[in-house]
Write a protein that binds this ligand. Structure first.
Ligand SMILES: Nc1ncnc2c1ncn2[C@@H]1O[C@H](COP(=O)(O)OP(=O)(O)OP(=O)(O)O)[C@@H](O)[C@H]1O
Ligand SMILES: [Mg+2]
Length: 320
């Protein structure tokens, strides 16, 4: 018996989001902003909170400092029911922090890494990965201390029947390698966005990228922002157009909420179209509030979005 549906090996940090207009002026100028929000950031933590909100039993591995930001993050994860015994509190380091300065539809982000990249395989209790049905790895390129021990950890977990998903996010060094091919061979579900899929494969278009990745990974899902998402499983190709949202407040973490929705479907043995629709609904819903976790939907809310889209599609088809 597994203790958890999903164990997340992931980055955790706080996001301090200032806006809606926050343009700094140097020269000791004090600029007032209309809103400030301290939220849970880090792809791993946003994913864990989203998966837990959908009703999955989630545990998180990561590192925080022994400070107020670290305590805020642990309390936030607990408030969603995420198990945090795999989160190491490192008294010798400070919790990572991103400051988001929003302006119009753009933003500038200042990040202090702190503990964001501090997780390593040695810091993960040996018995933990095999206790989960599924392992999700976030921000592969950012978690550079985790990479060395990852192939061994994944082989052991897979031998115990645990499946694996991976979201690389962007590679700040833009080298797009760092041992990724070896890890991809141990992954069941790969979830890059479109730019990442193209950069990783060196392909010029999404079809070729899906085909190249599907040669190694059984299920490849490519996120395409407001245009929805594509999936390839062997020779089968799927597409979901996503959800047109009248207003978009903040897209931070949309990809992580999407991942949570897709894996909810996979872990409940849904067919791919259903899993893709739930994923897109979770991604779209998450854009409706500032930060990555405030607007994450529960299962009923996500299904409600899908039902309303189905009804609108049926009406449009009737009128044709
Ligand atoms: N503006 C939007 N309107 C509607 N849905 C959106 C929008 N942006 C994102 N989504 C939904 O969220 C999903 C994931 O978003 P996106 O493609 O931006 O992922 P990502 O680049 O991995 O995001 P992240 O910044 O979290 O890493 C999309 O496939 C889509 O379903
Ligand atoms: Mg992403």
């Amino acid at each position: 018996m597994h203790s958890f549906d999903i164990l997340v090996l992931g980055d955790i940090n706080v996001d301090l989001i200032l806006g809606p207009q926050a343009r700094p002026v140097f020269g000791q100028v004090e600029t007032l902003v209309d809103d400030a929000e301290l939220t849970v950031g880090g792809s791993g933590a946003i994913f864990a909170m989203g998966a837990a909100k959908l009703g999955l039993c989630v545990a998180q591995c990561g590192v925080v400092g022994d400070d107020s930001f670290g305590r805020f993050l642990l309390a936030s994860l607990h408030s969603r029911g995420v198990e945090t015994r795999g989160v190491v509190i490192d008294p010798s380091a400070k919790t990572g922090l991103s400051v988001h300065l929003r302006a119009d539809s753009d933003r500038a982000i200042l990040t202090y890494l702190g503990t964001i990249d501090s997780l390593s395989a040695e810091r993960i209790a040996e018995d933990l990965p095999a206790q989960a049905r599924h392992l999700h790895i976030s921000s592969y390129f950012l978690q550079h201390k985790l990479r060395a021990g990852l192939p061994h950890l994944l082989r052991r977990a897979r031998a115990a029947g645990t499946t694996v998903s991976l979201d690389t996010n962007w590679d700040p060094s833009e080298r797009w390698d760092h041992g990724l091919p070896e890890v991809l061979a141990l992954v069941d579900v790969f979830l890059p966005n479109e730019q990442e899929a193209l950069a990783i494969t060196g392909c010029a278009d999404i079809e070729s990228a899906l085909e190249a990745l599907a040669a190694t990974v059984p299920t490849v899902v490519v996120k395409q922002g407001a245009a929805g998402a594509s999936c390839r499983q062997g020779a089968r190709r799927y597409y979901d157009p996503g959800f047109a949202m009248p207003t978009v407040v903040d897209t931070t973490g949309a990809g992580d909420s999407f991942n949570a929705g897709f894996l909810y479907g996979v872990l409940h043995n849904w067919e791919i179209p259903g899993a893709l629709a739930l994923a897109c609904a979770c991604g779209a819903a998450s854009t409706q509030a500032v930060g990555g976790t405030a607007a994450q939907p529960d299962l009923a809310q996500a299904k409600g979005l899908i039902r309303r889209r189905d009804e609108a599609d049926a009406t449009a088809a009737m009128l044709q």
